[in-house]
Write a protein that binds this ligand. Structure first.
Ligand code: ADP
Ligand code: ASP
Ligand code: MG
Length: 436
């Protein structure tokens, strides 16, 4: 008898009929002789509505960490309710099919997290609780996206975090497999909603998937991939509405990945560029800036320090630019402005409405010419590049948000030309497959 963890995203449980369909898939897995743990997200767009509601009533962030923490606590308690609803409904639907089922929230399932509202990490899972229920022959349904900290506060894991709940449970329970059921048929060469000709990948390496998830391919939450890789959890991404399709296996790096120039293209439309302008070219400023960001719990992404330039008196000045998410931009700007007198800079520059477009592939290691092809593709589409960042298996360009979809489409044509050979017929086939 194997243990399977199945995770269903919001669109998979968006209404009662869909919940019934998911209950049937869980029951079928039990009929195959497996023990089944189901992790479920909030129904449809529930979390978005809760975010909107919560933000309407939330006090503005202040310099008082205790006050911010207090609102963070209530905000997490609010967001976590979405998964509690879907968990109860799915448990009822499974029982309606004549199977024993129990729903557990993060605390009841023994999911311990760090004490950081809104993006807590899972620290440990008390597996005895779930094993007890499984051994009594029950299908166990667990809320995704949430846990409990050492003081008993409800915490959430960051948007999209139910994937991480599922993989962490699969790792802790030593499940044979973790199936992430979603509204597309696997991991594609890029978001099939932006490029209908995108190709479904049969397999992708953990490191490539991790990089793609980090740069915006929301099909998997980055921490879920990190956890799967560390714990060697066999991970499959597949379709809730075409469960017979094989989906995409996330696996260790193999030769096939190295043979491809690029494996995937992703886009993050939530970027703001900030710059500290005209500070004197002396060691230590970058340390002060990023130290202050870290103290404010602000994640900094792309970083560029320009070549120093002389002011009218011949004194060498420098600029330091970086990106943050739109949600953290106001806090990050405040931190920079507070630093102005200390570092003697001329000012702070901000540009909003930017997107980061990235190409990812383990095959780009030691293969020249890929960056040039990327820049050329963006130039051909007449799209300006505001910043560039590279890692061993990724190249990212910051572009205006309005140009982002065109950028992804142009890059897909260049790096996956086979998908565009017969544009019209390929588009209609993929559209039919993903049920547009
Ligand atoms: P769920 O609610 O099931 O967690 P998400 O909306 O979080 O689903 O993730 C699935 C979505 O991810 C797809 O509908 C698709 O638009 C988007 N996506 C982005 N990049 C990719 C990609 N490379 N492959 C597949 N889907 C992608
Ligand atoms: N419901 C949460 C969200 O919308 C978690 C998830 O769906 O993974 O972000
Ligand atoms: Mg998701």
């Amino acid at each position: 008898m194997a243990l399977r963890v199945l995770k269903f995203g919001g669109s998979s449980v968006a209404d009662a009929d869909k919940v019934r369909h998911v209950a049937r898939l869980a029951a079928n897995t039990a009929d195959e002789g497996h023990q089944v743990v189901v992790v479920v997200s909030a129904m449809g767009k529930t979390t978005n509505h809760l975010v909107e509601l919560g933000q309407t009533l939330m006090p503005a962030a202040t310099n008082d960490a205790t006050a911010n923490r207090a609102s963070g606590r209530e905000y997490d308690a609010l967001l976590a309710t979405g998964e509690m609803v879907s968990t109860a409904l799915l448990s009822l639907a499974i029982q309606q099919l004549g199977y024993a089922a129990i729903g557990l929230n993060g605390q009841q399932a023994g999911i311990q997290t760090e004490s950081l509202p809104n993006r807590a990490r899972i620290l440990a899972i008390d597996t005895d609780i779930i094993f007890n229920h499984l051994n009594q022959g029950k299908i166990v349904v667990v809320t995704g996206f949430q846990g409990v900290d050492g003081d008993g506060n409800i915490t959430t894991l960051g948007r999209g975090g139910s994937d991480t709940s599922a993989v962490a449970l699969a790792a802790a329970l030593q499940a044979d497999r973790c199936d992430i059921y979603t509204d597309v048929q696997g991991v594609y060469s890029t978001d099939p909603r932006v490029v209908p000709e995108a190709i479904r990948l049969n397999q992708i390496a953990y490191i490539e998937m991790l990089e793609l998830a980090r740069v915006g391919a929301k099909v998997l939450h980055p921490r879920s991939v990190e956890t799967a890789r560390q714990a060697d959890v066999p991970l499959v991404v597949r379709s809730t509405f075409h469960p017979e399709d094989p989906g995409t296996m996330v696996i260790a790096l193999d030769n096939m990945a190295l043979d491809r120039r690029v494996t995937g293209i992703a886009c993050d439309k939530n970027q703001v560029r900030l710059a500290l302008v005209g500070f004197s070219d002396e060691p230590g400023v970058a340390g002060q800036v990023f130290g202050a960001m870290a103290n404010g719990n602000i994640s900094v992404d792309m970083i560029v320090q320009a070549v120093s330039h002389p002011d009218p008196n011949g004194k060498l000045l420098n600029d330091l630019a970086f990106t943050v998410t739109a949600q953290e931009a106001a806090d990050a700007k405040r931190v920079l402005e507070n630093l102005l007198p200390t570092v003697g800079a001329r000012g702070v520059f901000e540009e909003a409405d930017l997107a980061k477009v990235s190409i990812v592939g383990a095959g780009m290691i030691d293969r020249p010419g890929i960056a040039a092809d990327m820049f050329q593709a963006l130039a051909t589409a007449n799209i300006p590049i505001r910043m560039i960042a590279t890692s061993e298996i990724k190249i990212s360009c910051l572009v205006p948000k309005n140009d982002a979809d065109r950028a992804v489409q142009g890059l897909h044509r260049v790096f996956f030309p086979e998908a565009h050979e017969n544009e019209a017929s390929a588009a209609s086939m993929v559209n039919e497959k993903i049920g547009y």
